[in-house]
Design a protein around this ligand. Structure first.
Ligand code: ADP
Ligand code: MG
Length: 261
């Protein structure tokens, strides 16, 4: 069954895009068929996947507005090995225009309906706010992956996101689940990070991924080469951490499918 995962956190700079691009590459390296959807007007996932956001013929904006089929806008990434529905600042226009349109929350879900089954994973990189673009991602998704930095205000921001997820679940998407919380840019020598990490496990238990993403320079510099860290430096701790995350997700899904609910 296709997993459609919104990578969301209304806080900026927590590692959403880094996770989207590197997890897409890692799942593809494990022979999963992956589609990455860029829903952030900043277009960072698009650039990080090696596609120039200034030269898009069609983008996720056209798809949300019903002006293009997803299939026609999707590109193959190289060397990433996954498909990309690219995005750029046109998404800001889509966000504004959607407000007055019919079925505004379900645009992405409708657009993915015919093509999702061609993939094992669809990852959606969300903007750093809870707006109509994020609502579209959460409405289309089967799960939410929440990257977070273990900082003082991290838990506070989380409750707003969890509330939104609850609202979407009761209004339009009863299947929506929290797939997992991912600790990013983690520094084990930092006492506060360890403390917040313990709090997180106390509150969310098994929902916290065992895999932790360390702070790693290769992850930060890979986008400037337009490639996931796996291709920039495959032995880097960052690249290995995202491979481990992909493995953890695949194992989790396999055991969930083995034990019917
Ligand atoms: P978001 O999409 O949530 O705004 P990004 O993924 O763009 O966050 O990350 C914010 C910044 O932190 C970027 O410059 C990115 O390269 C850097 N970064 C993200 N994860 C890591 C990491 N694990 N180690 C080092 N730098 C990171
Ligand atoms: Mg981002």
């Amino acid at each position: 069954m296709t997993r459609i995962l919104a990578i969301a956190n209304q806080k900026g700079g927590v590692g959403k895009t880094t996770t989207a691009v590197n997890l897409a590459a890692s799942l593809a390296a494990t022979r999963r068929r992956v589609l990455l959807v860029d829903l952030d007007p900043q277009g960072n996932a698009t650039m990080g996947a090696g596609v120039d956001k200034r030269e898009l013929e069609l983008s996720s904006c056209d798809v949300l507005l019903g002006e293009a089929a997803a299939r026609d806008a999707i590109l193959r990434t190289d060397p990433g090995g996954f498909d990309l529905l690219p995005g750029n600042e046109d998404l800001t226009t889509a966000e504004v225009r959607l407000i007055n349109e019919f079925g505004r929350e379900t645009r992405l879900r409708a657009a993915l309906k015919d093509i999702a089954r061609e993939y094992d994973y669809v990852l959606i990189d969300c903007p750093p706010s809870i707006n109509m673009l994020t609502v579209n991602a959460l409405t289309a998704a089967t799960g939410v992956l929440i990257p977070m930095q273990c900082e003082y205000y991290a838990l506070e921001g989380l409750s707003a996101l969890v509330n939104t997820i609850e609202q979407i679940r009761s209004a339009v998407n009863p299947e929506l689940q929290v797939e997992g919380l991912l600790r990013t840019m983690f520094d084990p020598r930092n006492n506060l990070a360890n403390e917040v990490s313990s709090q997180l496990i106390l509150h969310f238990g098994d929902k916290v991924f065992r895999t932790v993403i360390p702070r790693n320079i290769r992850l930060a510099e890979a986008p400037s080469f337009g490639m996931p860290a796996l291709f920039h430096d495959k032995t880097s701790r960052g690249a290995l951490a995202y491979l481990a995350l992909a493995g953890e997700m695949i194992r989790r899904q396999a055991s969930a499918e083995a034990t019917p609910a």
